[in-house]
Write a protein that binds this ligand. Structure first.
Ligand code: ADE
Length: 254
């Protein structure tokens, strides 16, 4: 899969792209990342990419011409692939969107900076707007890396473990069970005995119950959509009853 990233700060991508999973994915030819500096497409003497907003007010706005020129000269006019603008005003990125994008041959990501980009970029060049959460970053670069990383994990061969992306929390519809590694005891804190038992059936059941417990405690909304077995439902029912009993005890004390 090919990613074309349009940014004023291409250098910030390099360290992350040259590390670990994404570096290997590029070496294996599973992903190609092309970084394009929007400034290179500004035709004036000083390569200006921003200007004051019409109508006044603070901050600067990214000019449309260099962004259109960059995207169209790399991907054609109009581009054949989705063109994503990273912005806090976009749809919130999630696991499902990442999986859908992983079906594409090419994805273009435009990183906004300053107060925003000229509205004509949104209207006439961009096909989707994505946010990575309800907070404002200094620019879209970190968000583009988040999208690139999460999408790449769905491409066959990117993860060493072929089940990796499937086992990840949101794929199962549940949060992940707790993980432990050696030593079996650290500062007096022991790894749960069941994990040392070698009994694969008991370990699988314990992990499933821990995943259910964690999801019930932290993200009960996920349980409504998760695929649950009869045993899962019985376990959750026991959790609910235990909680109800504890609450009753607290009320009796008052
Ligand atoms: N640019 C600035 N903040 C952002 C956010 N939360 N998501 C995506 N792009 C952004």
């Amino acid at each position: 899969m090919r990613f074309d990233i349009f940014t004023l700060f291409p250098d910030v991508f390099q360290p992350y792209l040259q590390t670990s999973i994404l570096q290997r994915a590029q070496q294996k030819g599973l992903i190609e990342v092309h970084l394009h500096n929007i400034r290179d497409y500004a035709t004036d003497k000083h390569h200006i990419t921003d200007d004051e907003p019409y109508g006044g007010g603070g901050g600067m706005v990214m000019k449309p011409e260099p962004i259109f020129a960059a995207v169209e000269s790399v991907l054609g006019a109009p581009p054949a692939c989705p063109v994503i603008l990273l912005t806090p005003q976009g749809k919130t990125f999630n696991h499902q969107i990442a999986r859908q994008y992983a079906q594409l041959e090419t994805l273009a990501l435009i990183c906004g900076r300053y107060e925003g980009v000229d509205e004509r970029v949104r209207e006439h060049l961009v096909t989707d707007e994505l946010s990575i959460g309800d907070y404002v970053l200094s620019g879209g670069e970190l968000a583009a890396l988040v999208v690139l990383d999460a999408v790449s994990r769905f491409l066959p061969g990117v993860l060493g473990d072929p089940d990796g992306a499937v086992d990840d929390s949101y794929a199962l519809g549940l949060l992940e069970y707790p993980h432990y590694t050696r030593p079996a005891e650290f500062r007096g804190w022991r790894v749960p005995d069941v994990l040392l038992s070698g009994d694969h059936g008991r370990i699988a059941r314990w992990r499933r119950e821990q995943a259910l417990l964690r999801t019930w405690q932290r993200r009960p909304d996920l349980l409504e959509k998760a695929t649950l077995s009869k045993e899962d439902k019985a376990f959750l029912e026991r959790l609910r009853q235990t909680q109800a009993t504890l609450r009753q005890g607290e009320n009796d004390e008052i």
